[in-house]
Design a protein around this ligand. Structure first.
Ligand code: MTE
Ligand code: MO
Length: 366
């Protein structure tokens, strides 16, 4: 089924699946659905994380306004056709929620955390097409002494426990904005779907997903540091071992690995299976991946296939013949080009952000 949405045909499923599964505007990718699929996550499988609801935006009257003391002059407004005529770039990049893997704090470390109960599927890789934010900022008259931006979404205000936090907005340093942030209108070769931010969103490569503001409406440009609840109250590490105000605001996503296999999958004894999966890191490309089928006693290199590039995942394969019936645990650990390897555990923080430990993937040999 498809429906007409402000002149663009999209799968109704893409809009409606937001209501499904995790509730609360959260929809998770199933890792087993990525097996045999190629490098990109098909849009209909891509995870969705929306804090309030999907705004209905009329693209003909939609505009993006840049304003603030970090501009040389008055506010500058861009409409949709103007943006789309700017020089464009297509980048393959992962987008991952800061809370991806949150349930592992509880299942593997017996710790209590709060937030959307993601497994490992709050990640996807897409081809994003848009114009560099640096060009938009230059056209708007960016001052040399501007330090922070505050991109803001057009979705309704976020209200939690009776507190109105206002519309989604998270400070973004000018240095990151000038480096590699894209003002995006296409995902996997098609206009953004409503769930993923139509008509325009940011993509902030390698950083926590919350930085990639959807349904972009305006950007404050400032010569002094900016704050919003999304870099003060949320998206910092809180808990024992962290200062009362939390860690520094979260930026880069840590290295992770996942099998393209359902948790609890059943594999036949004595038959060779090709285990497949993907590893990624916000620090850079993946250098190597190792697999353990015996609870982490022995580790054997997996075979990396396809591109090994920064900002995206690397796919890998590992042929394996299980020999003993019963429950078993598969583990994969990757090392990125900065030399960081997934440790066995992840440092606790009470909102369960930035899971970074090796995942114990339960299976049964039959
Ligand atoms: N305006 C707006 N932007 C947003 C959000 C939101 O709720 N509103 N959610 C953020 C979070 S927490 C994540 S993880 C990503 C998810 O993007 P996706 O739904 O396209 O996968 O969007 C980010 N951008
Ligand atoms: Mo998120």
């Amino acid at each position: 089924m498809s429906i007409d949405y402000v002149g663009i045909r999209v799968h109704a499923e893409t809009v409606l699946r937001e209501e499904l599964r995790k509730g609360d505007g959260a929809w998770e990718m199933n890792w087993e659905d990525m097996r045999g699929v190629g490098h990109l996550t098909p849009t209909e499988h891509f995870f969705v994380h929306s804090h309030t609801g999907v705004p209905e935006i009329d693209v003909d009257s939609w505009t993006l306004t840049l304003h603030g003391d970090g501009l040389r002059g008055d506010p500058v407004t861009f409409d949709y056709p103007t943006l789309r005529e700017m020089p464009s770039r297509t980048v393959t990049a992962f987008l991952e929620c800061a809370g991806n893997g949150r349930t592992l704090y509880t299942s593997q470390q017996n710790q209590r955390v709060s937030g959307t109960p993601w497994g490992l599927g709050a990640i996807g890789v897409a081809e994003w097409t848009g114009t560099p934010l640096s060009l938009v900022l230059e056209r708007a008259g960016l001052r040399d002494d501007a330090v922070d931006l505050l991109p803001r979404g057009l979705d309704p205000a976020y209200v939690e426990a009776g507190v109105d936090y206002g519309r989604m907005r998270r400070p973004l340093p000018v240095a990151k904005a000038m480096k590699d942030v894209l003002v995006v209108w296409e995902m996997n070769g098609a206009p953004l779907t409503p769930a993923h931010g139509f008509p325009i969103r940011l993509i902030v490569p390698d950083w926590v997903g919350v930085a990639s503001i959807k349904w972009l409406g305006d950007i404050e440009v400032s010569t002094s540091p900016l704050h919003s609840p999304w870099n003060t109250d949320f998206y910092r590490l809180f808990g024992l071992g962290f200062p009362p105000e939390g860690s520094a605001p979260l930026t880069t996503m840590p290295v992770k690995s996942a099998f393209e296999l359902a948790p609890g999958a059943r594999l036949p004894r004595g038959e060779e299976v090709l285990l497949t999966g993907r590893s990624w890191s916000g620090n850079g490309a993946i250098r190597s991946v190792e697999i353990s089928t015996d609870n982490g006693q022995g580790w054997t290199p997996a075979h990396l296939v396809g591109p090994r590039l920064p900002h995206t995942w690397s796919q890998w394969q590992f042929p394996w013949r299980p020999t003993t019936r019963g429950p078993a645990t598969l583990m994969a650990r990757a090392t990125d080009t900065t030399g960081v390897t997934e440790p066995l555990g992840s440092p606790y923080n009470n909102k369960g952000y930035l899971w970074s430990g090796v995942v114990r993937h339960p299976i049964t040999i039959t």
